[in-house]
Design a protein around this ligand. Structure first.
Ligand code: K1U
Ligand code: ZN
Length: 171
């Protein structure tokens, strides 16, 4: 297994649309293992392949407490959405230390393949529903800050560029 570097906003590669996985084989299972290791090491509850510069429809999540129930979603599709919406605080491993409120469907049903290539359905609510919608946005090249005002987004972009520059200079 390997820890993978996570792209940081505003890296343009975060806006790449992921392609479907053609076959769930050993290569994909290795990617899944690396995504899980990277997500747990970063203390995240989710991670999309897009965030590690792999543009295939693969998501990992673990919203359990203690964090011992990994969820793997390959080629996920939302097949039902609640009319009810909910506003929740979100964060993103690609936009470290930035949190803001985003409105999303309160419940969603997702159809996907597991790491053995078997189809399954997930009925998600609460943090799991927030997380799966956030991760599926990543697969479409969308970062949660795009739900915020232009003013907030511009401030976040400037802050992230400065943070990256300072880190590269060892500050
Ligand atoms: O996609 C990512 O960058 C992972 C992201 C998933 C996410 C969690 C919660 C709401 C939206 C998206 C994170 O893991 S953010 C860090 C985190 O652990 C967390 C943030 C908010 C609530 C609960 C957990
Ligand atoms: Zn994210």
């Amino acid at each position: 297994m390997a820890l993978l570097p996570i792209l940081r906003y505003p890296d343009p590669r975060l806006h790449t649309v992921a392609r479907p996985v053609a076959a769930v084989d050993e290569r994909v299972r290795r990617l899944v293992a690396d995504l899980l290791e990277t997500m747990y090491a970063a203390d995240g509850v989710g991670l999309a392949a897009t965030q590690v510069d792999v543009h295939e429809r693969v998501i990992v999540m673990d919203t359990s407490e203690p964090r011992d129930r990994p969820l793997v979603l390959i080629n996920p599709e939302i097949v039902a959405r609640s009319a009810e919406m909910a506003v929740n605080e979100e964060g993103c491993l690609s936009v470290p230390q930035i949190y803001d409120r985003v409105e999303r469907h309160a419940r969603v049903t997702v159809r996907a393949l597991d790491r053995e290539g078997r189809p399954f359905e997930l009925e998600a609510e609460g943090l799991t529903a927030v997380c799966v919608q956030h991760e599926m946005d990543h697969l479409l090249g969308k970062v949660f800050v795009e739900y915020l005002s232009h003013l907030k987004r511009d401030r976040i972009r400037t802050k992230m560029l400065k943070k990256t520059r300072d880190e590269q200079r060892g500050r």
